[in-house]
Design a binder for this molecule. Structure first.
Ligand code: 2XW
Length: 134
């Protein structure tokens, strides 16, 4: 999966929102939005898969601690289509991270008990147009 945008030195607090606006490529196999402390310690790896890693039209969420993936969480809904222009809003509190999309919302446990987000990375078949912190 191609490395894309990486933002470090963030200080996103509980209740604040990271908005990532962009376009899913027309031939996307998958993309991922990662938030956490750094690339090895992730609160959330949000990974919509059109057709990759053995999954078709499936969102896989996971955490990563010291470089080791946690247990995957596969979501039932897949509110994405090739070529979509979307805005993804990620926020968190002490118990969970929330991913808000125009027509769907997903939760994922804050397994590592992270108190801030310092790192954002977008990987794969997604062209970032804008990011906003609010
Ligand atoms: C069934 C036995 C093997 O299980 C499979 O094991 C794969 C390898 O761990 C799992 O795929 C990984 O799942 C992780 C989340 O749990 C991540 O999605 C991982 O991809 C992250 C990643 C980033 N990048 C990357 N390449 N280049 C850049 N910049 N980033 N490449 N891969 C994927 O390679 C995959 O999700 C998993 N499938 C199942 C059904 O469990």
């Amino acid at each position: 999966m191609e490395q894309g945008l990486v933002v470090t030195q963030l200080d996103i607090q509980p209740g604040e929102c990271i908005k990532v606006k962009g376009k899913i490529l027309s031939d996307a196999k998958g993309f991922a939005v990662n938030v956490g402390k750094d690339s090895s310690t992730l609160m959330l790896h949000f990974n919509p898969r059109f057709n990759c890693h053995g999954d078709v039209n499936t969102i896989v969420c996971n955490s990563k601690e010291c470089g080791v993936w946690g247990e995957e969480d596969r979501k039932a809904d897949f509110p994405f289509q090739h070529g979509d222009k979307i805005e993804i809003c990620i926020s968190f509190n002490e118990t969970e991270a929330t991913v808000k999309l125009p027509d769907a919302e997903f939760q994922f446990p804050n397994r590592l008990g992270m108190e801030r987000i310092e790192y954002l990375a977008v990987e794969g078949d997604f062209k970032v147009k804008a990011i906003k912190f609010s």
